[in-house]
Write a protein that binds this ligand. Structure first.
Ligand code: ATP
Length: 682
């Protein structure tokens, strides 16, 4: 598959290219200036500024592509809302939107990213002391509220894509409503293209709502006559129908997950080989949340000359992002959503129809730079039956992390918290119980000291935060830091279908007979040996560059030979260094258990005791906490093993209920190390 074009140029005459460079830059700035002025929102700039000045809470609903996300923060900056060092904060539900929109707005402002315009997401902060327009995830702003409940650095907070109703957005709105009462100057703007403004207006006591009419470019919506039995096949047919019948324009296809995306990539390659050479100029580019961010950025790069780009995306690309070149959207109408069963304490991912709001957002990706088309692979009658909006995430996810943060913010009465829509009482009770079992809450449901406060400070799932705290007591914090970092990225093992046997053989080199967690440590340490441990110390800067280039080349070759996803390992190393900084600030002792991996496994048992399972006579396992009958996932080194008792970090439901990231423990460790739980359970 041709690699993406690099916009590199070979400069022959430095003076000549410098002039050419300046004129190119000027032309680019002029092009962007004209684009901005042509946006529907440009014509209501002054009115919007007046509305923000008059109202502490303002709801803005506008067509997709009208300019809300990129223009309103700049309007507010130019209207003086960033005086005295204040900033405008804009939240996005997804990291890729925060990053790409910040890059776009920095370009529109003609500044370097990280100066006046920046972004901040978990483990990646591109802001500075002069940043005045800051894009970030809603989860990141929620963490900032932990340290500064009044969010005093901001003059305006914009909650974008509020229709998504992520759990972080819902909690943020509750906190901001509270802050509003106590601290009037903080302005709050709630924004979306497909928002039921009434819900938000009522929640904020009849807040003002304005609608921005018009969109920049029309998008033709086409439906199929009949429902599609196999929407993946229908998407494939539509890709080639567009490719062979439409003259130019890239394609964005919405699928539900990595598996579907990789399947469609393979099918497209197979189909291309059956076409005449002249029709093969088509390149597929995947984007999904577990793809390392550098690879996610490839969708924003132009396709090689003459090729048509086909972006295969999950709903990560559904809102806010503008992928240059996209003229056609294929929307099969499905999305993978989190579903949480508080009774079983199990969170699973299920494929459900999109809501109307999501369908609108998806079609909006087509008309960003010119007229576009959206192919909905279902009849219009089916569209009318869709839910208006997606069921709020807070009603279908594990609330432990959110409740921990609320407790850290001093919100003791979770049931009485002013959620825009309350989660079920059962879900709140289950999450409080989970936090109590982890030692984060006292008997009277207050944040425990120091464990609860320490856990709330770590940007991790509570169970991982507790594992790090325990590991310092088990003298294996070095190993647990690596484990948590590696569990925070997607699988570091890369198993292409066409090389499954080779990849499995390579993975065995790192495999520990005790399980996946130690296997992950082996991979991480092997990569460290290549990237950090110097075989020799370069004596000159030139040698340093040569050494680094050599290390980079050696690392890439090592990853390829061992079927390791190098970008995931690098991402894990970034996370490792950030978490290490947190635990050092907390004063935890970072020691290693050396070769005593039994001690490390005991620490895993003490940390993940809630997720333990016992082998059943039939060969499967029964999870203690939920009673669920599960199987060890085929990707685990313990797959088809005979181990009696295990702890695990993930339970996924696909064709079966599988447990992943599994390690062997002794059953007696559970009653010894978690007597408060196993005495009660037994
Ligand atoms: N990264 C980009 N590259 C090229 N053009 C862009 C980019 N980002 C935005 N634009 C242009 O600016 C327009 C407005 O984008 P913006 O995201 O501000 O609109 P919006 O109203 O927030 O849309 P949505 O509701 O879909 O988020 C786009 O339609 C597109 O023409």
């Amino acid at each position: 598959m041709p690699s993406m074009a690099q916009n590199g140029r070979v400069t022959t005459d430095f003076k000549q290219s410098n002039q050419a460079h300046n004129s190119n830059a000027f032309a680019r700035r002029e092009e962007i200036r004209q684009q901005r002025e042509s946006l529907p929102i440009a014509s209501v700039k002054e009115r919007l500024i007046e509305e923000v000045k008059k109202h502490d809470v303002l709801i803005i609903v506008g067509e997709t592509g009208s300019g809300k996300t990129t223009q309103i923060p700049q309007f507010l900056f130019s209207a003086g809302f960033c005086r005295e060092g204040k900033s405008v904060g804009i939240t996005q539900p997804r990291r890729v939107a925060a990053v790409t929109v910040a890059k776009r707005v920095a370009e529109e402002c003609g500044v370097e990213l990280g100066q006046k315009v920046g972004y901040s997401i978990r483990f990646d902060d591109r802001t500075s002391g002069v940043t005045r327009i800051k894009y970030m995830t809603d989860g990141l702003l929620l963490r900032e509220a932990l340290l500064d409940p009044y969010l005093s650095r901001y003059s305006v907070v914009i909650v974008d894509e509020a229709h998504e109703r992520t759990v972080h957005t819902d909690v943020l709105l509750g906190l901001l409503k509270n802050v509003q009462k106590k601290f009037p100057p903080l302005k709050l703007i709630i924004m979306s293209a497909s928002l039921d403004a009434r819900v938000f207006s009522e929640y904020f006591g009849g807040a003002r709502a304005v609608h921005i009419q018009g969109r920049q470019h029309p998008v033709d919506i086409l439906y199929t006559l009949y429902p599609e039995k196999d929407y993946v096949d229908a998407a494939l047919v539509t890709i080639f129908q567009i490719h062979l019948e439409e003259r130019h324009g890239d394609i964005l296809v919405f699928l539900t997950g990595q598996e579907e995306i990789e399947a469609v990539e393979r099918l497209v390659q197979e189909r291309l080989r059956q076409l005449p050479e002249s029709n093969r100029k088509l390149v597929t580019v995947p984007i999904f949340s577990s793809l390392p961010s550098e690879q996610q950025m490839r969708v924003f790069m132009p396709a090689p000359d003459g090729h048509r780009k086909v972006v295969l995306a999950t709903n990560i690309a559904e809102t806010s992002v503008t992928i240059p070149g996209i003229k056609f959207v294929i929307d099969p109408g499905f999305v993978k959503a989190r579903s949480y069963d508080p009774a079983k304490g199990m969170e699973s991912l299920i494929i459900i129809p999109t809501s109307k709001a999501q369908a609108l957002q998806r079609s909006g990706r087509a008309g960003r730079e010119g007229p576009g088309k959206c192919f909905r692979l279902y009849p219009e009658s089916e569209f009318e039956k869709l839910e208006d909006s997606t069921k709020p995430e807070i009603k279908r996810c594990n609330l432990a992390n959110v409740i921990l943060q609320l407790k850290a913010l001093g919100v003791d009465d979770i049931f009485g918290f002013d959620f825009i829509e309350k989660p079920s009482r059962a879900a709140i009770v289950k999450s409080l119980e989970h936090l109590f079992l982890l030692g984060a809450l006292t008997d009277d449901c207050k944040l425990s000291d120091p464990v609860g406060h320490q856990m709330a400070r770590l940007p991790l799932d509570p169970i991982y935060s507790k594992a790090l705290i325990l590991a310092s007591q088990f003298n294996c914090l070095e190993e647990m830091l690596i484990t948590v970092a590696m569990l925070s990225v997607d699988s570091v093992f890369y198993a292409p279908r066409e090389k499954l046997d080779e990849s499995r053989t390579a993975a065995k080199c790192f495999a520990s007979p005790d399980g996946d967690h130690i296997t992950l440590i082996n991979v991480y340490r092997a990569a460290e040996d290549l990237l950090e441990k110097r075989k020799w110390v370069p004596h000159t800067e030139r040698n340093e560059k040569i050494f680094k280039a050599k290390s980079e080349k050696i690392f890439k070759r090592w990853c390829k030979e061992n079927f390791i996803n190098g970008r995931s390992v690098r991402h894990a190393r970034d996370i490792h260094s950030q978490i290490r900084g947190h635990v050092e600030q907390m004063g935890l002792r970072i020691t290693s258990c050396g070769d005593d991996m039994l001690q490390f496994r005991r620490c895993l048992a003490a940390s993940f005791f809630i997720n333990a399972a016992l082998k059943q006579p039939e060969g499967n396992y029964r999870a203690f906490g939920t009673g669920q009958v599960v199987q060890i996932h085929p990707s685990s080194v313990l797959f088809q093993s005979k181990v009696e008792c295990v702890v695990f970090n993930e339970m996924v439901q696909t064709t079966n209920k599988y447990i992943r990231n599994v390690t062997r423990i002794e059953y007696m460790w559970l009653t010894e190390l978690a007597p408060h739980y196993y005495t009660m359970q037994s």
